[in-house]
Design a protein around this ligand. Structure first.
Ligand code: AHR
Length: 517
């Protein structure tokens, strides 16, 4: 191993000092000083970042530049979104002001290293994207609000058809060169389309054969590899194969993993690679594979091409969905110890769905009414009439029945106590549930299917107002009104009610005092 440079010695000292301070303060999970980012840790381990992307925070302790750029629909103007302070979290207020009363797309995710490996709208390749010229769609800048260290920030919400790429990179591994990468995803947002990836891919956006990619994959597609349970799984996309271990199909050590904030790691060097993962909010990383290249021809040696993709497959397959918060790629094969320190840094960053950007707390036991936030419909509330559920205009002059029909008792989620179920105020024992993706009121029949269909996980409203409610068993789908009916809808899915138009508004609900307490 090369002797430490002065810079590396300094960084090692900073990390050591951080460990001491954290120990004195007794802060769990912190092992770096304030001012140390994941890329400082990779550098101190001898495997520096050659790409660093995040819309939520700086990934170097000294980074004070732009994180990403947004473009608003009202006048097509663009605005760079920076950090609150060097090394800190995104200045989400800049976006909120710039994008107020209009929609915004994320146009550039800046590389925080000096290599300018920015990610922009992915061009057509083996597959044409849905946007003009065969490009992929850009992400809705407001669709993934969270908090980091108590500060509001936004992730990159990838609906099917969305993709980012850089085919003209600098310093990314090629051939069989060693590299590492991690990304933080929303472990509850995934699908079975190909392929929600972050990492190394082909420079011509086409399938150039086995071994021409090395990217982190997250989702539950089973066309290639898979692990235990029903997924989602962290796998490596090595081209013409998502690998969960040495075998082409099933590997028993790759678990279903779905932490709300998920750290996913893939790394590779000559005839050796690994998959690791863990909860980005607390605890360490587990190793799900560490061994030789797959026992299928074409993957040893690797033929990496060094482009970077986000949200798509190497050939621009774009059927996938997921949410990305941050990720890096390194030069050299990082040690497990280096990655463990990065994971401690991630824990300490404080990713959360609560706090100022995480949406109001939805308290079991309270009675509420749910008001639509789309401009057309702000006097309408989720209401039932018998078993039929729709949005209805309710006012102080409405009948007592109409008021009660629009009032709901928040219960701990029938299938997941961290989420909620909504019991009718005037039909005890009956809950809002989805069936064929439409909401209706039905008596709890005690089955586990009912419990799941009646459980919704609140998070910050996708348009910044109130709350959005993800279906627990279809986590890509949220309670949405469409033509005054109420559904669980994905953003841009195949049903009419999945329309991307006004989706963020239609899935955002303000919980008001109940019309019937
Ligand atoms: O390896 C899985 C996928 O196969 C790749 O992402 C894509 O390029 C090809 O279709």
């Amino acid at each position: 191993m090369a002797p430490p440079t002065r810079l590396r010695k300094t960084l090692l000292a900073v990390v050591a000092a951080g460990t001491l301070v954290a120990g004195l303060l007794g802060t769990p999970g912190t092992s770096q000083a304030a001012g140390t980012g994941p890329c400082d840790i990779y550098a101190s381990g001898g495997t520096p970042c050659v790409a660093a992307h995040s819309t939520t925070r700086a990934l170097f302790g000294s980074y004070g530049g732009s994180l990403y750029q947004v473009r608003r629909a009202s006048d097509n103007a663009t605005r760079d979104i920076g950090v609150l302070a060097a090394g800190g979290t995104a200045n989400a207020a800049t976006q909120d002001t710039f994008c107020a009363n209009t929609s915004c797309l994320i146009t550039i995710i800046y590389d925080q290293t000096s290599r300018h490996n920015n990610l922009t709208q992915a061009p057509p390749g083996g597959f044409q994207g849905p946007a003009a010229g065969g490009y992929d769609n850009l992400a809705d800048a407001k669709a993934a609000p969270i908090t980091v260290g108590g500060q509001k920030a936004y992730g990159v919400y990838v609906a099917a058809g969305t993709g980012y790429r850089n085919n003209n990179t600098n310093g990314i591994a090629t051939g069989d060169q060693p590299e590492g990468m991690y990304a933080i995803f929303d472990g509850t947002h995934y699908n079975g389309g190909c392929c929600f990836d972050y990492g190394n891919a082909e420079r011509n956006s086409r399938d150039n054969g086995n071994g021409t990619m090395e990217a982190i994959y997250f989702g539950n597609i089973k066309v290639w590899g898979y692990g235990t349970g029903n997924g989602p799984w962290i796998m490596a996309d090595l081209e013409n194969g998502l690998f969960s271990g040495v075998n082409a199909g099933y590997n028993a050590n790759d678990p279903t993993i779905s932490h709300r904030f998920l750290t996913a790691v893939v790394k590779g060097e000559p005839n050796h690679w690994a998959i690791r993962g863990g909860n980005a909010q607390s605890g360490g990383l587990s190793t799900f594979y560490n061994g030789a290249r797959p026992n299928v021809s074409g993957y040893n040696p690797m033929k990496k091409e060094g482009a970077i993709i986000l949200g798509i497959g190497g050939d621009n397959s774009h059927g996938s969905a997921g949410t990305f918060y941050e990720g890096v790629m390194t030069s050299g094969y990082p040690s497990d110890a280096t990655e463990n320190s990065v994971q401690a840094n991630i824990n300490a960053a404080g990713y959360s769905t609560s706090g100022s950007g995480g949406g109001p707390v939805v308290t079991p036991g309270s009675t509420v009414s749910l008001r639509a936030t789309t401009a057309c419909c702000t006097t309408r509330y989720i209401a039932h009439s018998g078993s039929t559920v729709s949005t209805q205009v309710v006012s102080s002059s409405s009948s007592a029945t109409d008021k009660a029909n629009a009032s709901w008792i928040v219960r701990a989620g029938l299938s997941n106590g961290s989420c909620v179920s909504l019991e009718s105020r005037n039909t005890s024992g009956s809950y809002l549930r989805h069936q064929n993706y439409q909401l209706r009121l039905a008596a709890n029949d005690g089955t586990s299917l009912f419990a799941q269909d009646a459980t919704f996980c609140p998070q910050a409203g996708r348009n910044g107002q109130g709350n959005s409610f993800a279906s627990v068993n279809f986590p890509d789908r949220f309670i949405r009104h469409y033509s005054n009916n109420v559904y669980i809808a994905s953003n841009g899915g195949s049903n009419t009610f999945d329309s991307a138009n006004a989706w963020t508004d239609d899935v955002s609900w303000v919980l008001t005092s109940p019309w019937t307490p």
